[in-house]
Write a protein that binds this ligand. Sequence first.
Ligand SMILES: NC(=O)c1ccc[n+]([C@@H]2O[C@H](COP(=O)([O-])OP(=O)(O)OC[C@H]3O[C@@H](n4cnc5c(N)ncnc54)[C@H](O)[C@@H]3O)[C@@H](O)[C@H]2O)c1
Length: 327
Amino acid sequence: MALPQYKDSPVDLSTIVDFSALSRKSVIITGGASGLGKAYAVSFVQSGSFVTIADYDEVAGKKTAAELGGSAQFVKCDVRDWSQQVAVFEAAVRNSPDRSCDIVIANAGVVGVDSLLNFQGPIHSGDDSPARALATNPMLLTEDADGSPVKPDLKIIEVNLLGSAYTSKLALHYFRRQPFAETRDRCLILKASIAAYADQPGSPQYNASKWGSRGLMRSLRRVLWKEGIGVNLVAPWYVRTPILSDKTVESLQSKGVKFATVDDCAMAMLRIATNKEINGRSFAIVPRDEAPSGAMDMAHDDYQDGDYLKDWQAVVLDTAQAVVEYA
Ligand SMILES: NC(=O)c1ccc[n+]([C@@H]2O[C@H](COP(=O)([O-])OP(=O)(O)OC[C@H]3O[C@@H](n4cnc5c(N)ncnc54)[C@H](O)[C@@H]3O)[C@@H](O)[C@H]2O)c1
């Protein structure tokens, strides 16, 4: 029951999505209490799936699950905690109509002031005063400027990347435990952002975590298809959800930035989850001016002819097994 191997050719995003394939599917969505995760939960339930919402916001999570009636459950979970994530997967299998785990979306994510970038002491290069450093880079924060280095709070990496790694490992475990059947799926969708492709000054952890999820997908896509497990990535442009403060939205609008839509993000999830031919692909979710369906299959995750990275990639593929064996 292998899936088609990852191919470096884009998926046609104009085809009709067959929602009937989602009936009785058990879907786990981390960060499903609000924003995009909530929109995914609503869309999957409307398509006949049973959804397990895993979120650390108990109030919003319970409210969302209640709105979705008997086709959804909420399990309180901080994705940074392995055993809490295990409990989510156990509850999904225990309470879904066919005791299954079919579709897993590693969506939970946070942004915020990045403690990795905080200025922890004088910079010893030329003019080294903290005030000078601040003047040349206003993104530096001066807490502890005169003290010893302070261990950074890596919460953004922990939630976005460590959390997604735990979710991925558990998805593989529960997919593998489930016998192959036409009626069952083995579909993992990782959540990135345009920050997985573009440099984002001031947000090294967010940038790194989203590149990290993209890296997870690109490694896993090379092997999991043999086990019938599909892995894909969804990377939205800016979308108006609670993750963007009003001030951020205003600032983006003042610079003429257009927004992608929540509905287009949800449709990309449904498209991937209903089509086993889609494997190892990354979809950017973009404003409608950029693409008629609001989604683009990212050519940047396929090296093009003439790019030296295409040759390097071929060598790495050829030697990867040897590196694992001799490690
Ligand atoms: N909105 C955008 O512009 C945008 C763009 C690109 C990517 N994304 C990504 O989409 C995902 C969802 O974002 P959103 O816009 O819906 O934001 P949101 O803030 O509305 O939703 C994020 C959800 O994740 C939950 N969460 C946060 N930390 C958690 C943790 N430790 N454990 C469990 N749950 C946790 C929150 O409670 C919330 O329900 C994130 O990964 C985000 O990085 C969003």
